[in-house]
Design a protein around this ligand. Structure first.
Ligand SMILES: NC(=O)C1=CN([C@@H]2O[C@H](COP(=O)(O)OP(=O)(O)OC[C@H]3O[C@@H](n4cnc5c(N)ncnc54)[C@H](O)[C@@H]3O)[C@@H](O)[C@H]2O)[C@@H](O)CC1
Ligand SMILES: [K+]
Length: 509
């Protein structure tokens, strides 16, 4: 569950983008860097004071501006009457003047374990966006002492040791309970392993000017709901969108049922399931609300007549017959087409398929399928999913939903959207099929492919949150609560009154 204060626009930045935003703010507004630091550190101090109001606070100080934040925070907490001690990790302190004459005991890195042992809470102000590579020796020592202390750690801007652009942790890295991040969440806080080390993320506003240019953005509840077309009071099934679903080779009826269920639960006026005769009895018994068409005898053009969107691929098969049928489907209409699963494997085998169709297109690969489409390895895809999603969008001239944690939506010329709704309970076979159906329904209501993909991710994730956090969640459980997820913007659940946007990304169950 996340508290977004109703925001529709929350950027997700790389370290470079953050630095550029910082310097453009200073240039455009004349605000001194010291004031930004003061604001950031005071916000972080109030998070520490609200979440951990008792006992000594040990503040680990690096030699750059992240350490500067730490000193301002230390001084602020001291002025608020808190008992504060500083641990110096670098060969020098950032700027003692930041302490405004307040006397705070400082111990060297070698004294870190003892200082942390005597504290109730630790603040990590070692490294921020200016870090390069694995933390060097004195820093690594302090980080190890922090992690061994079993005290809650509040990280400033990011857990030290995590690359705030890629989420990589090449050496020692802080395991934080809370990360107070400045200006906007950094990419590396949403990508593993960084995401697993960041804890709860509080993004605080520190006085930056509005951002210029394209950046990745979070898919926020308010944004997703604002995109959702209203259901008119005089709606009829013809106006709510007919979704054609090509899924399930013989013996694989489940994929077809799940995609159809997703489409109908997301509000499609009608779902038409195109699947071999062998699947007919199962499909019609499991989902009597959907129409059935025999794929073996179907005419690709005829079957898409009256459709508002088409979803093709879940378990449809990767043999030559499936390729021929997919080709005929792709060329047989101009309404939006979503290609998932086997259809992506077929597209990788025959990329010319893209040139032979003339319609809005959305691809929804997982990293394995993305790797096949880009002729690269899964490792390369997951090392930089932002780049992979953008490369796919460019290569196939379409919207792309790259599945993962987080899932991303990219389209050339539009900033990437990052999903944080949902949890690992969605990691079950069949949830991708439901998602395809959900997005199909949103496409059928006239949403742009990238918007439908982003909203589909949000509403499916939100449904999983509503369905519960335990293990053993079935895709149909998620689909069944979709109507509730679609209903209204969730009310912020937090009563902590923190000075920023709270992202409570689920930890392990
Ligand atoms: N204007 C902004 O963007 C703001 C930035 N602020 C803070 O400033 C931070 C960025 O400050 P800096 O650019 O000074 O960078 P950092 O403070 O993140 O790190 C740079 C310092 O760490 C050292 N260092 C780099 N990599 C290291 C490694 N692997 N091991 C050991 N030492 C290493 C460098 O020699 C340098 O002294 C942000 O993360 C944030 O905390 C805040 O003051 C708020 C405003
Ligand atoms: K830090």
């Amino acid at each position: 569950m996340s508290r977004f204060s109703g925001s529709t626009d929350v950027p997700v930045l790389t370290a470079d983008e953050m630095r550029a935003w910082d310097s453009s703010t200073i240039r455009r507004t004349g605000i001194p860097e010291r004031v930004l630091m003061e604001t950031a550190a005071r916000a972080a101090a109030s998070v520490v004071d609200r979440l951990y109001p008792h006992g000594r606070v040990a503040v680990a100080v690096g030699s750059g501006n992240n350490g500067g934040d730490a000193l301002v925070l230390a001084r602020t907490l001291a002025a608020w009457g808190r008992d504060v001690i500083a641990v110096q990790a670098g060969s020098r302190m950032p700027d003692e003047a930041l302490l405004h004459g307040w006397r705070i005991p400082v111990v060297p890195a070698e004294g870190a374990a003892e200082a942390f042992g005597g504290a109730a809470t630790i603040v990590d102000g070692l490294l921020g966006t200016g870090a390069t590579g694995a933390p060097r020796e004195a820093y690594a020592l302090v980080i190890r002492a922090m992690n061994d202390s079993a005290r809650p750690v509040v990280a400033l801007d990011g857990p030290s040791g995590v690359d705030l652009t890629t989420g990589a942790a090449p050496g020692e890295a802080v395991r934080a309970a809370v990360t107070v991040t400045f200006g906007a969440p950094k990419r590396g806080l949403l990508l593993f392993p960084g995401r697993g080390l960041a804890g709860r993320i509080v993004a605080v506003e520190v006085g930056f000017a509005p951002r210029e240019g394209d950046a990745a953005r979070l898919i926020t509840p308010a944004w997703a709901h604002q995109l959702l077309p209203a259901v008119p009071p005089d709606a009829h099934k013809g106006r709510m969108g007919r979704v054609v679903i090509v899924a399930g080779r013989a013996g694989m009826a489940g994929a077809c049922v799940l995609a159809g269920t997703g489409a109908l639960r997301a509000g499609a006026g009608m779902a038409v399931l195109v699947t071999p005769e062998a699947n007919r009895v199962i499909v019609q018994s499991a989902l009597p609300e959907a129409l059935y068409t025999d794929r073996d005898t179907a005419d690709a053009m005829e079957v898409q007549r009256g459709a508002a969107a088409v979803v093709a691929g879940p378990a449809m098969g990767t043999d030559d017959d499936s390729l021929a049928f997919l080709d005929a489907i792709a060329r047989g209409s101009d309404v939006p087409l979503l290609l998932d699963a086997d259809a992506l494997t077929l597209l990788a085998r025959d990329p010319g398929l893209r040139e032979r169709m003339d319609r809005p297109l959305l691809l929804t690969p997982h990293p394995g399928e993305a790797g096949r489409l880009l002729s690269s390895s899964i490792k390369e895809i997951t090392a930089d999913p932002f780049a992979a999603a953008a490369a796919l969008a460019e290569r196939f001239r379409c919207a792309v939903l790259l599945k993962g944690t987080p899932s991303l939506v990219a389209e050339t010329g539009r900033g990437t959207r990052v999903n944080v709704a949902g949890h690992a309970g969605l990691a079950t076979g069949g949830n991708g099929d439901v998602l395809g159906g959900v997005i199909g329904a949103l496409l059928a209501r006239g949403m742009e492919p990238a918007d439908a993909a982003a909203a589909g991710l949000y509403f499916s994730g939100r449904a999983a949150e509503l369905a519960g956090r335990g293990r053993g969640l079935l895709p149909t459980d998620v689909a069944d609560v979709l109507p509730d997820a679609l209903l209204k913007v969730p009310v912020p659940g937090s009563s902590l009154n923190l000075p920023g946007i709270l992202l409570d990304l689920p930890a392990a169950v």
